[in-house]
Write a protein of this length. Structure first.
Length: 256
């Protein structure tokens, strides 16, 4: 990779593990460039390998990987497809109410995604609105495989990594886990989409959600308390969401 290959490169974000640029490549078009601070960091290498192995419309395509010298240090880089869309979290916070058709499209694409990574022996572990993007045409893309694991390394217990509001109870409790943790998280994202941007046990819209409300809702869900169906989407879709979010994983939908 060299700068001459790009019509434009602009800094997007800098975090603890990587720096991200927005770029227009002469061959690839609009791209995202990621530079990883640690050359042989297992998390970064795992994320790159998983994304390269997946051939799925919901996952941004990786065009190129390699190493370059950046700020005097050999640095791992990837050039990947730029997702043209809006973070699902921002869409939800804007007050948008998803139609039944939009919700079903998300469910279908989400199930396709989980089925694909299951076939590859992968558990994502961090499905949440912040990692999902919605395109102008209503398609969804999902990224960030930084804490993903292969199933054989997961079924004997899992570190408590992920995002608590979407975390399956068995991860929180450090129990044996498998692909059904992703089914659970997908169900909770669907719940929020169909429940006025509110997760289970949150105060009903338009009441303000406080820190105490969030902590209480998490505690009740992790303890296995049955929560009400989402307010919108109808009976059938509501039943699908509720089965996806069953406390006992054997009560959820099985292997896809």
């Amino acid at each position: 990779m060299c700068q001459e290959e790009f019509e434009k490169i602009e800094l997007m974000a800098r975090g603890g593990q990587k720096i991200v640029f927005d770029g227009v490549h002469n061959s690839y078009g609009e791209t995202v460039i990621k530079l990883y601070f640690q050359l042989n960091d297992p998390r970064s290498l795992r994320e790159i390998q998983i994304e390269r192995d997946l051939n799925l419309s919901m996952v941004p395509k990786i065009y190129e990987t390699g190493t370059i010298e950046y700020e005097g240090t050999e640095t791992l880089y990837i050039i990947e497809q730029k997702v043209k869309g809006t973070e699902l979290r921002k869409v939800l916070e804007s007050g948008k109410r998803f139609s039944l058709e939009e919700a079903v499209t998300f469910l279908e694409q989400g199930l396709e995604f989980i089925a694909c990574i299951e076939n590859k022996g992968i558990v994502h572990r961090d499905i949440k609105p912040e990692n999902i993007f919605v395109s102008a045409t209503g398609d969804f893309k999902l990224g960030d495989f930084g804490i993903a694991r292969t199933i054989e390394k997961t079924t004997f217990g899992m570190s408590k990594k992920g995002t608590y509001p979407y975390m399956a109870p068995e991860i929180y409790q450090g129990k044996e886990s498998d692909i059904l943790v992703d089914m659970y998280s997908l169900g909770l994202v669907m719940y929020r989409m169909l429940n006025d941007n509110r997760l289970p046990f949150f105060p009903e819209y338009p009441k303000k959600v406080t820190y105490v409300d969030r902590e209480n809702a998490l505690y009740r869900r992790i303890q296995g308390e049955t929560f009400p169906k989402p307010r919108h989407g109808g009976k059938e879709l509501g039943n699908i969401v509720m089965k996806s979010c069953q406390y006992q994983k054997e009560d959820r939908y099985g292997s896809i």
